[in-house]
Design a protein around this ligand. Sequence first.
Ligand SMILES: Nc1ncnc2c1ncn2[C@@H]1O[C@H](COP(=O)(O)OP(=O)(O)OP(=O)(O)O)[C@@H](O)[C@H]1O
Length: 114
Amino acid sequence: MKGQSFGKRLGFAINGLYLAFRRESSFRLQVFAAAGVLVVLLLTRPEIVWWVMGALAVGLVLVAELFNTALEVLADRIHPELHPEIRAVKDIAAGAVLVSSFVALLVAVAFLFR
Ligand SMILES: Nc1ncnc2c1ncn2[C@@H]1O[C@H](COP(=O)(O)OP(=O)(O)OP(=O)(O)O)[C@@H](O)[C@H]1O
């Protein structure tokens, strides 16, 4: 499946976003939260730096959740049974989402007290 056209690879990536949105309630929640951040930015019209900070914070959370979801799908596919190493993989991936969410929270607090 190597050497596909740009259009096809873009289609695979969009399909990945669609699958994550359909399968993963956390990702859906985060997409809606991202839309909420956009509404707040549109309403408050802050300096450009806050748009950039907001985009980076939201993007970080969404990317972490997408990797977390992909790892969960892969782990469940290749090893559906319980295993301590699968637990470690899933917990570490969940840790990445937690760290990204904490960063987003810090940005939100900084925005409120700017
Ligand atoms: N095959 C497994 N072996 C051992 N522990 C597992 C296994 N599957 C899940 N777990 C444990 O259960 C936790 C929850 O796993 P699960 O696959 O339900 O993900 P989740 O955190 O509920 O994900 P989400 O809600 O994002 O779908 C994992 O973080 C891990 O600690």
